[in-house]
Design a protein around this ligand. Structure first.
Ligand code: SAH
Ligand code: DHB
Ligand code: MG
Length: 222
């Protein structure tokens, strides 16, 4: 099995179950034409996030790493009318694309985009004393995953769901001696999760049009 097969099967899954949507298609097209990296979640992954948000009956969602807002739209569409999503992004250019994509999706009222390094905007967010987030999607710089996970826990309640993207990275997650800060960030995240009694966690390897990677999913139980 190889990338060609993974692409073809993703296409099949999308055709069958993830019906093409002009707003989401336009969002990806806007990312491409603005020269953003093609690292948004895939359509079937986006729908998985959407399903998980609905399973959570999420009213408050936090996303770390917006890019062009593709995953943001999938998640925000799972919210009820009075729901709210806050998404954190460091890159002003990415944010400009995201703002337009979110406006085109009719989600401007529901989605708050916060510019800045998440390591700085997360403490600010915590200081505001907002309601706990029902779902937190971590998808920014992988080297800071342990810190993001720690903040996610602080901003959670019992029953919150924390999802982390890109925890396998072509299998490189098992390279203990890796000098790649992102790989070490992912490995520390696993160690953190393993040692954290307040969560119930697993990780799933994935293949598809974005290659070989994976998600970690943690339910806050204490
Ligand atoms: N969630 C998006 C993809 C996010 S890509 C989707 O699936 O559609 C990762 C994003 O994290 C990039 O836009 C990058 O600029 C942002 N990022 C990287 N480091 C960050 C940091 N320290 N704080 C906030 N955002 C960061
Ligand atoms: C990268 C980041 C992502 O969030 C992703 O899903 C894929 C790749 C990256 O920085 O390479
Ligand atoms: Mg990602």
């Amino acid at each position: 099995m190889n990338q060609t097969a993974w692409n073809a099967v993703d296409e099949y899954i999308d055709t069958q179950l993830v019906s093409s949507d002009p707003v989401l298609d336009a969002a990806l097209a806007a990312c491409t034409s603005a020269g953003l990296p093609a690292i948004s979640v895939t359509p079937s992954q986006g729908k998985l996030l959407h399903l998980l948000a609905r399973l959570q009956a999420a009213k408050n969602i936090l996303e770390i790493g917006t890019l062009g807002g593709y995953s943001t739209i999938w998640l925000a569409r799972a919210l009820p009318a009075n729901g709210r999503l806050i998404t954190l992004e460091v890159d002003a250019k990415h944010l400009r694309v995201a703002i337009q994509n979110i406006a085109r999706a009719g989600l401007t009222e529901m989605v708050e985009l916060r510019e800045g390094n998440a390591l700085e905007t997360l403490p600010e967010l915590a200081a505001e004393g907002l309601e706990a987030f029902d779902l937190i999607f971590i998808d920014a710089d992988k080297c800071n995953n342990p810190k993001y996970f720690e903040w996610a826990l602080r901003l959670s309640r019992k029953g919150s769901l924390i999802i982390v993207d890109n925890v396998v990275r072509d299998g490189r997650v098992i390279e203990a001696e890796s000098t790649d800060a992102d790989i070490q960030g992912i490995r520390s995240l696993f160690e953190w999760m393993a040692a954290e009694p307040r969560i119930l966690a697993t990780a799933m390897q994935t293949v598809g049009s974005k290659g070989y990677d994976g998600f970690a999913i943690a339910l806050v139980i204490g």
